[in-house]
Design a protein around this ligand. Structure first.
Ligand code: SAM
Ligand code: SF4
Length: 334
């Protein structure tokens, strides 16, 4: 007998009353860049391909989530565009009746090639990581070249993606002289801008801590130059938004450390090997791949997901226990 709730209204609610309605799906833990705060330079300990969830397995898991009331999924990584045939997977996912928002987080290095295909496959929104507009600095932060990223952004714009959100990790001693330039760039290009605080994750945790910058300081700095008014962004997630008066530009602040937003957390994450992680900053998890490969039924899968949600921790402890080593950000996609 089925024991999961049928009502999409009440399906996935955790022990703290939070409704889970959003899944971040990592398609690969590999990346063609090496942002120093995300992945160690010589990191090679990647998941073996035979452990990657296949497209059929991914679609099955996401179908189960949609039948439990999740309507929004974001493809991430690692760099999701390095996974072969991502447009095929995107089409399979957007064909699921319960899914009404499939979005993508990317470093945009390969976006020029894929933008139009992804738009046709039904990806609705794109977030692009961009911490600097200076080619030399881009190389220092990521190990790669800036131009393909800018080309990718323009291709996304041409393909009709709207909004396009730029995610800029604000880092003391690295890019704190560029916040206003990035605002100007986003004003010109009609992009949305979001600043992110560094989080101490895995082996890159010390680097992230060293350059941590409280976004309240960034906001004050911007308020001296621009006329900021309160703003809202539909589907804006944990970001708190302001808008520059008399413009369309919205600026979001994602403050996992200075003002954490765990009490309204509505998401879970699935890594490339099919592990369901319940919190970005904790290790609580359920491995779905062995169950899928052992022949679990769809109803059993839904029950496993419901039980897993009950294990979702109340909050991360990045601030209280920065030394606590959780996995790398590239495993679960931020
Ligand atoms: N490769 C894609 C990209 O860069 O957008 C998707 C995956 S990446 C892990 C997702 C987001 O996590 C990016 O915006 C990146 O800047 C952010 N990120 C990675 N490591 C971080 C850290 N230690 N602190 C804060 N943000 C981090
Ligand atoms: Fe790659 Fe994104 Fe991590 Fe940078 S932040 S190393 S682009 S996964």
């Amino acid at each position: 007998m089925k024991s999961y709730p049928h009502s999409k209204q009440s399906s996935l609610i955790d022990a703290f009353g939070r409704k889970i309605e959003y899944v971040r799906l990592s398609l690969t833990d590999k990346c063609n860049l090496r942002c120093f705060y995300c992945m160690p330079k010589n990191f090679k300990d990647f998941e073996q391909p035979e452990h990657w969830l296949t497209f059929a397995e991914i679609t099955r898991v996401i179908r189960a989530f949609t039948e439990l009331g999740v309507a929004r999924v974001r493809l991430t990584g690692g760099e999701p565009l390095v996974r072969k045939d991502i447009t095929t997977l995107s089409s399979q996912l957007t064909a699921l009746p319960g899914l009404n928002d499939l979005s993508l987080s990317t470093n945009a290095t390969l976006l020029k090639k894929y933008a139009s295909g992804l738009q046709h496959a039904g990806i609705s929104r794109i977030n692009v990581s961009l911490d600097t507009l200076k080619p030399e600095r881009f190389k220092q932060i990521t190990g790669g070249d800036l131009q393909p990223v800018l080309d990718g952004l323009m291709a996304a714009k041409k393909a009709g993606f709207n909004p396009i959100k730029i995610n800029m990790v604000a880092m003391k001693g690295i890019n704190e002289d560029e916040f206003e330039d990035m605002v100007e760039f986003c004003l010109q290009q009609d992009f949305t801008l979001r600043f992110i605080e560094t989080m101490p994750m895995g082996a890159t945790g010390d680097d992230a801590n060293e350059h941590y910058l409280d976004l309240q300081i960034v906001k004050k700095q911007l308020a001296e130059r621009f006329d900021l008014i309160p703003g809202v962004m539909p589907g804006g997630g944990p970001a708190r938004y302001v808008q520059i008066k008399n413009t369309r530009l919205r600026i979001g602040f994602i403050t996992p450390i200075s003002q954490h937003f765990c009490e309204t957390c509505n998401r879970v994450r699935i890594s490339v090997d099919g592990t369901l992680y319940l919190c970005l900053g904790q290790d609580d998890k359920v491995e779905l791949r062995p169950l899928l490969r052992a022949g679990i039924t769809d109803d059993e899968l839904k029950n496993v997901i419901i039980k897993a949600i009950a294990l979702k921790p109340e909050k991360h402890e990045f601030k209280d226990k920065p030394e606590q080593v959780v996995r790398l950000m590239s495993m679960t996609g931020g």
